[in-house]
Design a protein around this ligand. Structure first.
Ligand code: ATP
Ligand code: MG
Ligand code: MG
Length: 553
């Protein structure tokens, strides 16, 4: 029996419910920091958190982890919500901000001080680091560790009141300076930051550290399973320690899982932000970006992304997932859902010499050849057509089944044409092919099933719409874009050919009113998606992905 991809978290939650732990409730959360756009790595966390909640009849909160005001912005708060919704998940009423807990977090910190579990330290940040030691070197106690509760309370209140400068004091939990786990060596839990916060303004000048704010936020929201990535495994003892000291409503459990890593794909907000700021890409939603906004603009479907997340499963081991798995999921979904239309990237004029000038026939062409019931559109056929320049070869070689002088080919939805004459200019540049249509080979005619080996796409020259086609390819050429040799950076791994713009492409007129985001297959070429840069005069389409893997060796 195939149980599908493994997910140890599903088993853990099922076991918790079976054992009656936490009243059998399931409440998860997705906790983005609003300091950038979500990327496909976040999608794994979103699918997991919302997925587990749905599977076990619980709920999933969206919580903005906005405790670090310097890098956060409302633009990101907005984009994150849009992207989660697009991916197909809904937090309902349950949208929270860690900044809404600032007062409670502050009050809990005073509780810790009163219980003798936290103290104000006045060492410099460098000194604190040195005193904490490292993996090999035991930590030593700060000389301020034994301050009285009264002095600590007084100093902490004055920190909050803005009496001190950044770095002058921090509040530290008082745990164990010799602990084998460095996270337990009196970790800082509050620092002074005289920075404007995008929601609380200048109300606060002390801000809680992640490790302190996260577990308490989880407990306040009565989260049951706090799913996070592996790098927080060593922080779990601190997560548990803080909650053990306080009287909080919930009793959450932190469970770590491996991050999603995709080959040929750069994740990590810091570097993505750098590429945006340096103008290496056009923005967070550049169609080459691994952000959900970029993937959406490129033409990716939420189904394909969710499918990838399901297929990779959830484990405790970090590893690299082959990006072709994502591309495969995408092709599979686009193949099933994208209407077929005809577009020509590099037009070559074809005149049907036996077609009366000025006569236009509208062909009722199915969007899906194998299932006309899914819809048809009218495609105009006239005397002058445009075909793909690549579909003609003056000197046909062996195995060439497309057009060449004297040869026949089938025009999609029309019938068989023969190339009678090649018209060139003085420089020998091909201007036009003069062809005849075999009327008896048209659908419903006696020779409709006459065999020719090649079929090509085309558009009517008089009716086709001008199109700018943006042909995107992978942004990075190397399997792990983060890996750069001495003296190089990840930017040296960029693919110089990740974007080719074709400005004078054409597409059939059925695309005239296609709204931004419309996904189609240009027959025989690739999947495309209508870009928001389109105007009334000119469509702009993004190549989502080719029909088959062109990178395969
Ligand atoms: P980045 O490293 O890209 O900056 P982050 O972890 O700092 O990501 P957050 O906004 O804090 O970004 O992430 C929100 C949630 O998404 C966290 O629970 C985090 O663990 C999870 N997450 C981030 N990146 C990945 C990834 N590559 N795979 C799975 N989950 C991820
Ligand atoms: Mg984070
Ligand atoms: Mg980060």
């Amino acid at each position: 029996v195939d149980d599908g991809p493994s997910n140890f978290i599903r088993e853990r939650i099922a076991q918790d419910i079976a054992d009656g732990r936490r009243g059998g409730r399931v409440c998860t959360r997705f906790p983005p920091e609003p300091n950038g756009y979500l990327h496909i790595g976040h999608a794994k966390s979103i699918c997991l958190n919302f997925g587990m909640a749905a599977e076990f009849g619980g709920r999933c909160h969206l919580r903005f982890d906005d405790t670090n005001p310097a890098t956060e912005d409302v633009e990101f708060v907005e984009s994150i919500q849009e992207d989660i919704r697009w991916l197909g998940f809904d937090w309902g009423e349950h949208k929270y901000f860690a900044s809404d807990y600032f007062q409670q977090l502050y009050d809990f910190a005073e509780d810790l001080i009163r219980a003798g579990k936290a103290f104000v330290d006045s060492l410099t940040p460098e000194e604190i680091k040195a005193y904490r030691g490292n993996f090999y070197k035991k930590g030593t106690a700060s000389p301020y560790r034994e301050r009285s509760v009264e002095e600590n309370l007084d100093l902490f209140r004055r920190m909050r009141a803005g009496e001190f400068e950044e770095g002058e004091h921090v509040l530290r939990a008082k745990i164990d300076v010799e602990h084998g786990n460095i996270n337990m060596r009196d970790p800082p839990i509050y620092r002074i930051k005289k920075v404007h916060h995008h929601r609380t303004g200048d109300q606060w000048c002390v801000y809680p550290m992640y490790d302190y704010a996260h577990c308490i936020s989880d407990a306040l929201e009565r989260i049951t399973h706090s799913l996070c990535t592996l790098e927080f495994e060593d922080h779990r003892p601190l997560y548990d320690w803080i909650l053990d000291q306080l009287t909080v409503p919930g009793d959450p459990e932190q469970i770590e899982f491996a991050k999603l890593n995709l080959s040929y794909t750069l994740l990590g907000k810091r570097k993505l932000k750098q590429m945006v700021q340096e103008g290496i890409v056009s923005g967070w939603d550049d169609p080459r970006m691994p952000t959900l906004a970029g993937l959406r603009r490129r033409g990716y479907t939420p189904e394909a992304i969710r499918n990838l997340c399901e297929r990779v499963g959830v484990s405790k081991r970090n590893g690299m997932i082959d990006v072709t798995l994502l591309e495969h999921a995408l092709r599979e979904h686009l193949n099933a859902t994208s209407p077929r239309v005809m577009g020509v990237l590099h037009p070559l004029k074809v005149t049907l010499t036996n077609w009366p000038a000025g006569e236009v026939e509208w062909i009722d062409a199915p969007y899906f050849a194998d299932d006309p019931a899914r819809g048809t559109r009218p495609v105009p056929l006239g005397r002058e057509l445009l075909i793909e320049r690549d579909d003609f070869k003056e000197q046909a070689v062996k195995g060439w089944f497309r057009l060449s002088p004297g040869a026949e080919v089938r025009l999609r939805h029309v019938g068989i044409i023969r190339c009678d004459e090649v018209v060139k200019d003085a420089q020998g540049e091909i201007l036009e092919l003069r062809c005849t249509l075999d009327a008896s080979s048209r659908p419903g005619q006696p020779n409709a099933s006459r065999k020719v080996k090649g079929t090509i796409h085309w558009v009517s020259a008089a009716h086709a719409l001008p199109v700018e086609a943006r042909l995107y390819d992978r942004l990075f050429m190397t399997e792990d874009p983060n890996e750069a040799p001495e003296g190089k950076t990840f930017l040296d791994n960029l693919n110089p050919n990740s974007l080719e713009v074709v400005r004078d492409a054409r597409v059939e007129p059925s695309m005239a009113a296609a709204p931004t985001g419309t996904r189609v297959q240009f027959e025989r070429l690739a999947y495309f998606c209508v870009d928001r840069d389109s105007t009334d005069e000119r469509l702009v389409v993004n190549r989502t992905i080719g029909l088959r893997d062109s990178w395969a060796k």
